[in-house]
Design a protein around this ligand. Structure first.
Ligand SMILES: [Zn+2]
Length: 242
């Protein structure tokens, strides 16, 4: 996929996040944005968008504010701790987008992202809590960034938006049905494949216990976002279930 990456204030072009996208085989457009003049940064990003027609825009910190302030039609946004209160005039986020932010961010408060969601009337699932700081350059955050891009570019409607959009039943133009973001695991006790909904709000490394709906044995479920941005799910019997 083609990614327009908008870097943060005084970030080096070619940093960890765009490099990660490149390393995973994506086309990355990573323009140098003016650090002093926000309007110049916005117009540069707008020009790149118009010329390159990216599949997704990733904006980090100040770059997130740039992403919010350009005209990007239906192109999805993946915003990492966007500094929308510090720069620009945009105060809302479009629906086919995801926010990644750490509660430990000491530069841009996590609450700013919550406020952006509230302004936009978007559900809490749009905001994925991940990472340990403002940079979001750790392996887990990078995985979630890759996963968010893939999900949005796949064209699948975000599962939590299903109720919002009252699409009338018409003869479908491409025959595709709306797919939920679901994953499955094999029950260790009975071998059945169990489908479970993916809950982003629980983070990128999840472990919990649930009873198999087929055989009722308790399984410990592990959900993990790998470095490729894929979701891995596996189950093991909960200890002492007899
Ligand atoms: Zn079972």
């Amino acid at each position: 996929m083609k990614v327009l990456f908008l870097h943060g204030w005084h970030s080096v072009v070619g940093g960890v996040k765009p490099t990660c996208l490149l390393d995973h085989g994506h086309d990355v457009i990573n323009p140098a944005l003016d650090d002093d003049n926000f309007d110049l940064a916005v117009s540069r990003a707008q020009t790149e968008y118009n010329q390159q027609r990216p599949d997704v825009i990733v904006g980090s910190s100040r770059g997130g504010a740039v992403a919010l302030n350009i005209s990007s039609k239906d192109t999805p946004l993946v915003l990492l701790c966007p500094a929308w209160k510090n720069w620009g005039t945009a105060t809302t986020l479009k629906a086919n987008s995801l926010l990644l932010h750490s509660r430990l961010d000491k530069v841009i408060p996590f609450e700013d992202s919550e406020e952006l969601l509230a302004n936009s009337g978007l559900p809490p699932e749009t905001l994925v809590e991940v990472g340990y700081d403002h940079r979001l350059a750790d392996e887990e955050s990078l995985s979630v960034m890759l996963w968010a891009c893939k999900l949005l570019v796949s064209g699948e409607k975000l599962p939590w938006l299903d109720d919002e959009q009252q699409t009338p039943v018409t003869s479908s133009d491409d025959g595709k049905s709306v797919s939920q973001e679901e994953v499955s695991y094999i029950c260790d006790a009975c071998g059945e494949e169990i489908v479970i909904p993916l809950d982003l709000t629980e983070g990128s490394n999840q472990t919990y216990v649930e009873d198999c709906p087929v055989c009722c044995r308790a399984n410990t479920i592990h959900v993990h976002f790998d470095v490729e941005g894929n979701v891995q799910v596996w189950a093991e019997p909960e200890q002492d279930y007899d």
